[in-house]
Write a protein that binds this ligand. Structure first.
Ligand code: GTP
Length: 320
């Protein structure tokens, strides 16, 4: 076991909640589905205006359904960021895909996000087929429009609508924010009238301990390569608020083999130290308090087959 600690004090402050206009309130659930790497987490974070879902350039970063809560005009829109849908191989993969489709069936709206640059190749085509069985109103969102020509977008929109008739098609860039306001106006104006599900200042239903584990997992994804990020899993083991206003957090990065542990630690512990520093910095910003983060790396060979680990991640354990 190797621990690393460094002090870090944050300076950032959060924005206040959006102003609310008079009149009836609207609310509802929007499931965000799509192939891995389409930009679902980036979009969710943009629409919610804060980091609730982790983002990386590697695929399958999102494992369980994360709810991000946005307020727009008089509507509270609860987005469910589902794991990317892809052809499952491992048990964990199957659980992620089941969870993604389950999320779609519970929603008022299903929003399919496609990477316009990649188009309908591969998983996107299979998801469109699967969507034929989903009966909620569907919206198509073509993302990454900063990367493609307009004609290509029009063709993509018409090809996708030929398979599944969407209520609306939006063209956006989750990175630049282009088109996102139109999308939010539409959702806010179309969701049913009703009371809000969550307090006005809540942005996610993810418990803080789990969100903290997700933040560290993102840093693992950004620092480690090849199979290692997929073979690792982070858990928050201890959370202790201190009298001086700081918090002490202990987390374990589980890997599957001793050789992976060596890589995760790095030469003289450099890798784990970099992960720890990056994670602590972000946690301090989110929590708005100094964070003392202790990271440990442990080998747990079969965590990918352990029902308890699945529960921690908010996933159903597939029995087979
Ligand atoms: N150029 C460009 N890149 C984007 C845009 N939106 C997302 N990306 C990038 O696409 C990559 C994947 O984004 P994510 O938000 O992690 O994608 P995801 O769909 O949540 O991925 P999974 O967790 O694998 O399902 C990241 O490198 C993002 O920075 C966009 O509008 N334009």
């Amino acid at each position: 076991m190797t621990g690393q600690e460094e002090d870090f004090t944050a300076e950032s402050g959060a924005d206040g909640a959006s102003p609310v206009e008079a009149g009836p309130t609207h609310s509802g659930f929007v499931a965000l589905i799509g192939p891995t790497n389409a930009g679902k987490s980036t979009l969710l974070n943009r629409l919610v205006g804060a980091k609730v879902s982790i983002v990386s350039h590697k695929v399958q970063t999102t494992r369980a359904v994360v709810r991000g809560i946005a307020i727009h005009n008089n509507a509270q829109i609860v987005f469910m960021d589902t794991p990317g849908i892809f052809k499952p191989r491992r048990r964990l993969d199957r659980a992620m895909v089941t969870s993604a489709w389950g999320g779609a069936k519970d929603a008022d709206f299903v929003m399919l996000l496609i990477d316009s640059e990649r188009g309908l190749r591969g998983d996107a085509e299979a998801i469109l087929e699967g969507l034929k069985e989903v009966h909620q109103p569907k919206i198509l969102v073509l993302n990454k429009i900063d990367r493609v020509q307009h004609e290509q977008l029009l063709k993509l929109a018409s090809d996708a609508n030929a398979v599944v008739p969407f209520e609306r098609t939006f063209m956006i860039s989750a990175t630049t924010g282009s088109g996102c306001d139109d999308l939010m106006n539409y959702l806010a104006g179309t969701l049913p009238e009703g009371p809000w599900y969550y307090p006005e200042d809540q942005i996610s239903d993810l418990p803080m301990r789990q969100l903290a584990a997700e933040i560290t997992r993102e840093k693992v994804f950004l620092r480690l390569h090849q199979e290692l990020p997929y073979a690792s899993h982070v858990e928050t083991e201890k959370w202790e608020e201190r009298k001086d206003g700081s918090v002490r957090i202990e987390q374990v990065i589980y890997v599957q083999r001793d050789s992976q542990k060596k890589i995760a630690l790095g030469k003289n512990g450099e890798t784990i130290k970099a992960i720890s520093t990056a994670s602590r910095k972000e946690l301090s910003e989110i929590l708005e308090q100094p964070v003392h983060l202790f990271l440990f790396v442990k080998v747990r060979e079969n965590w990918g087959d352990d029902p308890e680990r699945f529960r921690e991640m908010g996933l159903e354990f597939p029995r087979e």
